[in-house]
Design a protein around this ligand. Structure first.
Ligand SMILES: *Cc1c(COP(=O)(O)O)cnc(C)c1O
Length: 749
């Protein structure tokens, strides 16, 4: 495989007809003769822009001949030196290894101070050696640099895919050849390209190692990632953190074990509860009326309070072993709330066997000081004395993994080592015996990309972009938002430039922006790379304004303008600044929001501004944007839906059965479909999850209370009134009965 990584030459004289120009072009020719690509430019241009080239180049040659250094004049020498130093620093900020050479006359080299020289691979003295000799030396270094880039599995996979050996093993498309036999297959082949298909191999290929047994290059990659992420062990998972969570659970939880779980966890944790037959007691997060989930208060984590919950739970109090087997919390909620893990360790180490942090949204944190102690496993963090610590991370969500790329990180305690064989039994239970090798390679590469200093620089860039976006939103507000503008949820002061101080992002009891009440000092922080954008109409205390703009309309508008956002609540939606987000991306969002404001203020008809939506839902064609917002707003207000949602999530859920027993009723069809008007007091056999927010509300075995039933009635009435804006509730079965849509939930008989 020939990768394209040119050698970049920066020389004022690259195109000049003087001796210096002739000299550098002779070197460029010699490099090309040896088969290297060369890019020659005449100035650094925009320094930071140019330093981005470090990701595409195999070496830099920076010319510093006497002319550029002012022929000796002190002032000009100082200026030239300054830009040289700045450039080298900018490169080294991101890339510790790429070869950098200086090229010039001997006289000049004396001007270069040691701190710059230290970062260089050499000083090429013009006219001392032949260009060919110098070229070969540079190429050797450049190649050795490129060669060192590939992490173990990716390296082996590339090698295998190029090797061109004929295989008889699956997959049946045989390196893509099968596709070439049919027209639509040809299209598929052309779209994805030969390499993707050649690299789609099966686990019979010995030289690549085995994911399921963690051998060979796969194992070497996992070790490499463990080192980069500062963990004792790392396991790559090719079916998302949904699966990573189940693996962690199945490796440590058995039927009848007591488990302590964040009530607002991802559904895969609830699936884990059902699958393992555990008895859950829940920790209840705060929430504000915007529907934003806050932290679980510190008090809830106190062991005496956990024990009280266990005693109050009819199943848990019967358990033989009262010591909780695992604690799982969502470390970084959707909206970006994180916990101080050292505080949690100091409270729970040894009290609960395994502390599991679902860090699907937080794989970046370990690479930047900004998040010190606010993530599960990191550099220079003390081991727990007794409890094992797990972190499960979706590399595909914020880092550069392909969809479903995920990993499990383990930090052992002083007392307990991970039994890797036992752990792997659970790993095998949830892994396909035909894992997708491109996903494994992306786990490998996503980890290698985060190796400091490059990874730290990437995280810093994300934070910086996120803050600049927030600053830009504030600026629009000040200049343009007299009547209204969108607000970004979070502290109002966070410095005028740069990444500022993480102290600004700590959630403090005395601050009024969060609405989470009495948060313990130093316990929680908001990750600024998650930006929740709040639309007008609903105050933090749940009061509806006179007018309002429901988020679902804004997100539809954005979608028709090519901006897809991650998740929408009633009056908020959220975007995140992954390491792939660029200035262009967030500026487009900002512009689209300004267009929305303009169209809203003019009450533009729907057919004009949301043509696709209006075509699919003709009933809205002639309604003005502002009027439609108002209609939905009035409906929300009528049902007081912000309070209803909050109360429903905070309401006391009564377990009537163990989750696994209730789910088994479904498997045995000992269930019936109950209309929502008759639900109160019934026991659900399924997981009920309203979207937004996509957080499970009722778990198999729990009883419906009045608040939840009221919410479902609201959802029914809303959906009838505003088709096209349906509130989606997973677990709610809709059926046509006598021409009317009925809403049912499967309950235990
Ligand atoms: C997305 C998510 C998961 C599941 O991750 P996938 O990689 O999509 O399977 C688990 N936990 C949380 C908190 C998530 O947000």
């Amino acid at each position: 495989m020939k990768f394209r990584f040119p050698i970049v030459i920066i020389d004022e004289d690259f195109r000049s007809e003087n001796t210096s120009g002739l000299g550098i072009r002779a070197l460029a020719n010699a490099l090309e003769q040896e088969g290297m690509e060369v890019v020659g430019v005449t100035s650094y241009g925009d320094l930071s822009q140019f330093a981005q080239q470090q990701s595409r180049a195999s070496a830099f040659i920076l010319s510093i001949d006497d002319e550029e250094f002012g022929g000796g004049s002190d002032e000009e020498t100082a200026t030239a030196l300054k830009s040289l130093r700045a450039f080298v620093e900018e490169i080294r900020h991101k890339n510790a290894d790429i070869p950098i050479y200086l090229y010039g006359e001997t006289r000049t080299s004396r001007h270069i101070p040691n701190d710059v020289l230290r970062e260089l691979h050499g000083f090429i003295h013009m006219f001392e050696d032949t260009p060919e000799f110098v070229a070969r030396h540079i190429i050797r270094e450049a190649k050795s640099y490129l060669d060192g880039l590939s992490p173990p599995f990716f390296r082996a996979l590339v090698h295998y895919a190029q090797d061109g050996s004929y295989s008889w093993h699956c997959p049946g498309h045989s390196g893509g050849v099968a596709f070439l036999k049919s027209p639509i297959g040809q299209m598929f082949h052309q779209f994805f390209g030969e390499n993707m298909l050649r690299a789609d191999v099966c686990n019979a290929v010995e030289e690549l190692g085995q994911l399921l047994d963690h051998t060979g290059p796969v194992a070497a990659s996992e070790r490499n990632a463990a080192r980069i992420f500062n963990a004792d062990h790392c396991y790559f998972v090719t079916n998302g953190t949904s699966t990573s969570n189940k693996m962690v659970w199945h490796s440590t939880v058995g039927p009848g074990d007591i488990v302590v779980v964040d009530r607002n966890c991802h559904k895969s944790i609830l699936h884990s509860i059902i699958m393992t037959g555990a008895i859950p007691v829940f920790l209840m997060p705060t929430r504000n009326h915007l529907g934003i989930i806050g932290p679980i208060p510190l008090e809830e984590f106190k062991m005496e309070n956990i024990m009280k919950k266990i005693e109050a739970n009819p199943f848990a109090r019967e358990a033989k072993n009262k010591k909780p087997r695992i604690l799982t919390i969502t470390q970084s909620t959707y909206d970006g709330v994180v916990y101080n893990v050292e505080t949690l360790k100091s409270m729970l180490d040894g009290e609960i066997d395994t502390l599991h942090f679902d860090e699907a949204w937080l794989p970046h944190a370990t690479f930047h000081e900004f998040y010190r102690n606010m993530h599960a496993i990191g550099k220079e963090r003390p081991r727990a004395k007794e409890s094992m610590i797990f972190s499960t991370q979706s590399t595909h969500k914020l880092l550069a993994g392909l969809s479903q790329a995920s990993q499990i990180l383990v930090s052992e305690s002083e007392k307990v080592k991970l039994d890797q064989d036992a752990f792997n039994e659970a790993y095998l239970m949830h892994t396909s015996t035909s894992p997708q090798y491109a996903i494994i390679a992306s786990c490998d590469v996503a980890a290698a990309m985060m190796e400091p200093p490059g990874g730290t620089a990437l995280v810093e860039e994300s934070i910086l972009e996120a803050l600049d976006f927030r600053r830009a939103m504030k600026k629009v507000d000040q200049e343009w938002g007299q009547d209204w503008w969108f607000q970004v949820w979070g502290p109002s002061e966070f410095g005028e430039n740069g990444i500022g101080s993480r102290e600004d992002w700590m959630i403090r009891a005395e601050d009024d922006w969060h609405g989470f009440g009495n948060v313990a000092p130093g316990f929680n922080m908001l990750d600024p790379i998650k930006a929740t954008i709040v639309t007008p109409g609903l105050a933090l205390d749940g009061q509806f304004g006179e007018s309002g703009i429901p988020a679902s309309i804004v997100t539809k508008y954005l979608a028709e303008h090519g901006v897809i956002v991650e998740k929408a609540g009633l009056y908020s939606f959220f975007i995140m600044f992954t390491i792939g987000i660029t200035k262009g991306r967030w500026n487009t969002l900002l512009t689209a929001l300004q267009q929305f404001k303009d169209d809203y203020d003019k009450n533009q008809p729907m057919w004009r501004i949301l043509p696709e939506f209006a075509q699919a839902n003709p009933r809205y064609e002639r309604i003005g944007l502002r009027d439609l917002c108002q209609n939905i707003h009035d409906f929300y207000k009528l049902y007081d839906v912000a309070r209803l949602t909050t109360e429903m999530y905070l309401s006391d859920m009564q377990p009537a059965m163990k989750p696994s027993d209730a789910f088994a009723k479904m498997a045995h069809r000992e269930i019936e479909r109950v209309p929502i008007d008759e639900l109160e007091g019934r026991v659900t056999s399924i997981l009920l999850t309203p979207y937004p927010p996509g957080i499970p509300l009722l778990i198999p075995g729990e009883r419906f209370n009045k608040t939840i039933v009221d919410y479902l009635k609201f959802a029914r009435d809303f959906n009838e009134r505003f088709p096209g804006f349906e509130t989606d509730v997973h677990g709610l079965v809709t059926r046509e009965v006598d021409g009317k849509r009925g809403y049912f939930v499967d309950c235990v008989k």
